[in-house]
Design a protein around this ligand. Structure first.
Ligand code: C2O
Ligand code: CU
Ligand code: CU
Length: 510
């Protein structure tokens, strides 16, 4: 558990705005906002690491006569003892907090039988998955209390660490913060041939990071509202407070998911060894990249490799800086820009199983042919939680995309604070940031990016296979409170219509 108790004083929104003004920055528009957290907060050196890291169970599945792999997930309310003997009310899938890890293979057809035992509507969205809009689990695929929903689709994308979470319109932050989230891992032949650590929970370990707050007794209190959304002063990993992970292999693969609603992390190892990143949101990078800090905004994933010596201990930390957060002036401290956390202690056993060498080339990712761009779109995020001056409207389709074409989306953060940008259905490539090529850790497949204040990000993506004029997909800020406030829009993927007089597109393999 954590010692001593950390509790940040709270200030009014007015003093937060004063801080913004003092920083010479534009004040934000707020809708129904409570308090801000002055910060900064640090738990470094204050976490005891006295609880074994919980590993979400693997979801059971059956393969039916048609070869469809069928899972089931029940969203339900429960209680979780983050502190023994101190129950907190939480939500989970098939359990009290978080949900099981689904695993499927490229080429398989899957179905998930979702049921809702909550007393309010929810949805289950498959974040990062390429699938028909009707199966996407966005705000239009509502599952009413007591109802069932059985989306089914073919897995046709590279091995990756994806995840699932609710997406009910205006309520996403609450549903995720209460515990509704889980991993969806995809495998394929190419990944298997690399011989990477792959024993789930042993040398291939999920690390779902969330920030929250606890009372002195250890009851879940949740986060305090800041400009980014809810920022908690303590972390839990896979729902475990104060976690350690004992490993028996010299090489360990950690699958990091930032399942926090608002907080971004800058992951690092306590002894300064590099974070060796091998995969981003949508799959393996072409080669591993060694990072001093690995930045993950809400919704993003990264796979890293950790090599350990017998008996050693090393702590995964997050050490954010204003620079990494893209923040300047006093606004940094109030938005998590100076916060530091002890996240997870890794303890190596006295004897370790040897690992096979990691190949230098992990993946081949062909660049998109930019001469094939069929449409250019621009998305401006503003201080009123709008995109292109409009708040999300369930009844309005903002963009129409022609199926099987390449598009270029330019995302501009016109605010003084960081946001993120997530696109459903596709994995995209980052073509440039302010005109410069992306760093190697952002050069692979992505579905969510951290969007620094004042910067411009150019994304390339192909919308393949599934057209449905009636059911839109979403793009939005993945700071969930911002999303809930309206920083979201809808796009429909449609068959080429009468206006589509462009020459027929050639179909490119990723
Ligand atoms: Cu992870 Cu539209 O969300
Ligand atoms: Cu998504
Ligand atoms: Cu945002």
């Amino acid at each position: 558990m954590l010692r001593p108790r950390l509790r940040r004083p709270t200030a009014t929104i007015a003093s937060g705005l004063a801080a913004l003004a003092a920083g010479g920055l534009v004040a934000l528009a707020f809708a129904g906002c409570g308090v801000v957290t002055p910060g900064p907060v640090s738990t470094v050196g204050k976490v005891d690491f006295d609880r074994p890291l919980a590993i979400p169970p693997l979801a059971e599945s059956t393969v039916d006569a048609d070869g469809v792999r069928a899972f089931s997930l029940e969203a339900r309310a429960g209680t979780t003892e983050f502190e023994p003997g101190v129950p907190s009310e939480t939500w989970g899938f098939d359990g009290d907090y978080l949900g099981p890890t689904l695993v499927a293979e490229r080429g398989e057809r899957v179905r998930v039988d979702v049921s809702n035992s909550l007393d309010e509507p929810t949805t289950v969205h498959w974040h990062g998955m390429h699938l028909p809009a009707e199966m996407d689990g966005g705000p239009h695929q509502v599952v009413e209390p007591g109802a069932h929903w059985s989306p089914s689709w073919a897995i046709d994308q590279p091995a990756a660490t994806l995840w699932y979470h609710p997406h009910p319109h205006g309520e996403t932050e609450t549903h995720v913060a209460r515990g509704l989230a889980g991993l969806f891992l995809l495998h394929d032949e190419r990944e298997r041939a690399l011989g990477l650590p792959s024993e789930y929970g042993v040398d291939d370990v999920p690390v779902i990071v969330q920030d929250t707050g606890f009372s002195a007794e250890g009851r879940l209190e949740g986060a305090q509202r800041g400009y980014a959304g809810g920022l908690g002063d303590e972390l839990i990993v896979n729902g475990t407070r104060s976690p350690f992970l004992e490993v028996h292999d010299e090489l360990v693969r950690l699958r990091l998911l930032n399942a926090s609603t608002a907080r971004s992390y800058a992951f690092t190892w306590s002894d300064g060894r590099p974070m060796r990143q091998i995969a981003s949101d949508g799959g393996l990078l072409e080669a591993s990249v060694d990072l001093d800090r690995l930045r993950l905004s809400p919704g993003e994933r990264a796979e890293v490799l950790l090599r350990v010596e017998p008996g050693e201990r090393v702590v995964l930390q997050s050490r954010m800086t204003p620079e990494i957060a893209g923040l300047v002036g006093p606004v940094a401290a109030t938005n998590g820009g100076d916060d530091a956390f002890d996240v997870l202690e890794v303890r190596a056993a006295a004897t370790l199983d040897l690992a096979s060498p990691v190949p230098a080339v992990l993946n081949e990712i062909a660049d998109f042919d930019e001469t094939q761009i069929a449409a250019d779109r621009r998305f401006e995020l503003n201080d009123s939680f709008e995109i292109n001056g409009r708040a999300m409207d369930m009844g309005r389709i903002d963009e129409q995309v022609t199926v099987d074409t390449l598009e270029r989306w330019t995302v501009v953060n016109d605010t003084a604070l960081p946001h993120s940008f997530h696109v459903h259905d596709v994995q995209f490539r980052l073509a440039s940031i302010d005109g410069a090529p992306p760093p190697p850790e952002l050069a692979g497949w992505k579905d969510t990016i951290f969007v620094e204040p004042g910067r411009e990000y150019v994304l390339l993506m192909r919308f393949e296979d599934y057209a449905d004029p009636d059911t839109p997909y979403m793009y939005h800020c993945h700071l969930l409170w911002h999303e809930d406030q309206g920083m979201m829009g809808q796009f429909a993927v449609v068959e080429p219509g009468p206006r589509a007089t462009m020459p027929e597109e050639t179909h490119h393999e990723h």
